[in-house]
Design a protein around this ligand. Structure first.
Ligand code: FE2
Length: 272
């Protein structure tokens, strides 16, 4: 199976590059399933149902969130009724929505998608290392009844993401980090067969400070006065993601590669 994970979609630049590029990418790269993180899609903070529907229309199958999931309150009832939109798994019991869900692709293959949040330099949610044990089968994905298991680990610290990935190595098809908005150059298949990249990068305008306009972002570092209001940069966006090819007989990865299309980042070839 060929799976594309797209990193944090930031504002209109991020949404535009998804709508513009994803349909052709999906077709040309023979992608079977697409997951995208959209917690910054609504002007940098949160997501709305309208935005989610636009992303589904452009070829996204499942949307994941993070610490900004809740910024637009209107999404909360949508999280309850639309299983295609996930929030991190390790929020306290009773939090609206869900952190994992099983899906079936057009060929009847079962795909488990999990969204979970790290804790270093983040909100102190439930322990993600423990929380994942409740939803992740103990063996390779296929033995747990899935052709693929995809985990979006939303977090700041590279060490925490890497430790988490090694802990679940062999039990997931892909562990990919989100939240830092900068793609890391460590796409690899871990020794147990799980594809990994510490951060997928963002889908948005890179002529910015992690997606936000440069001036206010610089001023917030220069001055200790009340912070200036941040808004997303609105130039040409780069679609940043990770492509994984997996073996349906095991649910483990056979190939992983970064994907970059459009905007300022140097493009990947996206050939095979
Ligand atoms: Fe985030």
């Amino acid at each position: 199976m060929r799976i594309l994970f797209c990193g944090d979609i930031v504002g209109k630049s991020g949404r535009d590059v998804m709508v513009r590029e994803l349909p052709a990418l999906r077709r040309n790269m023979k992608i079977d399933f697409v997951v995208a993180n959209a917690e910054n899609a609504a002007h940098g903070f949160g997501m709305t149902e309208k935005i989610c529907l636009e992303l589904f229309e452009s070829g996204v199958d499942v949307i994941t969130g993070g610490n900004h999931t809740w910024d637009k309150a209107e999404i909360i009832p949508v999280l309850e009724r639309d299983k295609r939109i996930l929030r991190p798994l390790n929020y306290p019991a009773g939090t609206p929505g869900r952190g994992s869900c099983a899906f079936t692709d057009g060929r009847g293959r079962r795909i488990l998608v999990v969204n979970i949040m790290a804790r270093l330099f983040m909100e102190l949610l439930d322990d993600p290392f423990q929380a994942i044990q409740d939803v992740l089968p103990l063996a390779a994905p296929k033995h747990g009844g899935f052709e693929a298991v995809l985990i979006d680990l939303h977090g700041e610290a590279t060490s925490e993401k890497m430790a988490f990935a090694h802990m679940v190595d062999g039990r997931a098809t892909l562990v990919v980090g989100t939240h830092t908005h900068v793609p890391t150059a460590d796409a690899m298949i871990l020794t147990g067969g799980t594809a990994y990249q510490t951060d997928a990068g963002m889908c948005g305008d890179y002529d910015s400070v992690i997606g936000m306009t440069k001036g206010p972002s610089i001023n917030n570092f220069l001055r200790k006065m009340p912070r200036q209001r941040m808004s997303p940069a609105d130039g040409d966006g780069t679609l940043c993601g990770v492509l994984v090819e997996s073996d349906d007989r095991t649910g483990l990865a056979v190939k992983v590669a970064p994907v970059r299309v459009g905007g300022r980042l140097s493009p990947t070839e996206n050939g095979a």
